[in-house]
Design a protein around this ligand. Sequence first.
Ligand code: ADP
Ligand code: C5P
Ligand code: MG
Length: 432
Amino acid sequence: MTQRTTWPGFVLLVIQPEAFYRKDPILAYARKTDGWTEVARQTVVWTPERARALLSPEPAETTTPAPDDEVHNEQHVAALCEGRSEIVVLRRATPPVEMVFLSNEEATPLEQTSATDWKRWLELCGPVDPAEARALAPRSLRALFGVDKAHCGVWTSRDVTQITSDLAKCFHDATEVERIYERVRVVGEQVAGGGSAAKSYLSSTVLETLTTALSRLCMAQPAQPLEWLGAYLQEAASLQGHARLPPRLVFVLGGPGAGKGTQCARLVAEFGFWHVSAGDLLRAEIQTQSEQGQLIDEMIRQGAIVPGHITLELLRKKLVDAGSTLAVPGVLIDGFPRALDQAIDFECLLRRADFCLFFECSEAEMERRLLQRSRSSGRTDDNPESIRKRFRTFIETTMPVIEFLERRMRVHRIPAERSVDEVYAQVRQLFL
Ligand code: ADP
Ligand code: C5P
Ligand code: MG
């Protein structure tokens, strides 16, 4: 049987508190993977009542919920209330039309496109349980950004027929809801009109970015709209544009004292690469005496990993600088990614690195080198206590990154206990 329902032309995404600080990578990923573009967004802190209203099934749907479902629902409510969430309305460049389920033969091409949009959206979100998502749909949002069933990273409407009522539960202000519909409609018309060659060129290139830019412009209503738009587009281009990144990106990893910085210096001298050390960027940030700098200072002393979004933002700026300098053949990204979230977010926000060097060295040798370095480095973490903590962080948090990267790119394991020259003789072969 064919079932018809109105495709509202958009989807709703709630980036839950556990993934809130990763909202930029999540949205960049949705845009890159499938062209989902934001139409509106709002930061909220859910109250239990509002969260319950969003997560509970509509009365019409309810039979008697299974006790397990109720327990899970309450856990999910609690998870939603743990901090800030980002509500985002997203659309792909297809106009709102009646949507057809089950029988595709009767559907017009436009209807089929919209049904495909919803199917693709569900695929992008993945199964609700992140563990299941990691097994069945490893590239889905829940697989990449979810933690457990309640902290599943992102929430979205369970059914296409619920999107409209969910929107009202997310945006209480009726005027804002009206504005969202208007924006969705305008984008739909833009796409529906115009010659098909022009349409397909625009939708495959700049349409999503321009649409987002114009919606943001209307929200911000700055005094100098053109200037604002120019700055926004430049920023968006640097965030998205692969062309603006340097041609080669190489991760350089290894335990503390394994010789990453030393080998990078050699590569810079011979091949003219840029060397960007995440540790150096963080140490420079401490010098700015900002509040963020104080946090970084403490974490480095403790041998802990600084929250990934801080490091990634510092790194992103450097890479964009490198990308706009034409002579740079590539960048050696030293000491990053040190944790799984850093690896995933880097790829979502920028692009996959080309390969990874991994220097393998025993703890005894690394400790010997670090204690020797401490005589001249002036580093607050080159002392026996911090070194012990850094080793532990390396084993527990960074080693899983190596396994993750090995499934995504070539990881060259380099024995690093030998002399600097011997190690370099092997390293340079990879760049010839
Ligand atoms: P990382 O950046 O991996 O923490 P560094 O490159 O700063 O490590 O090296 C740590 C210390 O060990 C430095 O003092 C460096 O001169 C020394 N060193 C680096 N590579 C070697 C090596 N192959 N043999 C002996 N000492 C080394
Ligand atoms: O790489 P380096 O040894 O210079 O890093 C020093 C410290 O900086 C690490 O021990 C860690 O506290 C912090 N760091 C981080 N995240 C990174 C790189 C470094 O938190 N990606
Ligand atoms: Mg170093």
